[in-house]
Design a protein around this ligand. Structure first.
Ligand code: ZN
Length: 92
């Protein structure tokens, strides 16, 4: 499958299904993990904290809606205990 079918940077298309009204893509980011906490700025004090799947809808293609399931890695900061998501540059 073409890797960049959705024209999204740092995303890898894992799967695609066609439905009557929409296409649904399952994507994961290929970006490297954040180097520091976005809340308190602590460097290298993050640990992985599970993944969360989110559904976005993009502009229609071929008169069908584009549904994007994005698996996002969650991180937690040891310093401030905040949960942050990896960057998801989905609209670029
Ligand atoms: Zn923090």
């Amino acid at each position: 499958m073409q890797n960049n079918i959705l024209n999204l940077s740092d995303l890898k298309v894992m799967d695609m299904e066609e439905f009557v009204d929409d296409y649904r893509f399952l994507v994961e980011t290929t970006a490297s993990p954040p180097s520091h906490c976005l809340k308190c700025g602590a460097v290298a004090n993050l640990y992985k904290h599970g993944k969360k799947q989110q559904l976005f809808f993009d502009l229609p293609m071929h008169a069908k809606r584009i549904g994007i399931y994005a698996k996002r890695q969650r991180y937690k900061c040891r310093e401030c205990d905040e949960t942050i998501f990896e960057n998801l540059l989905i609209w670029m």
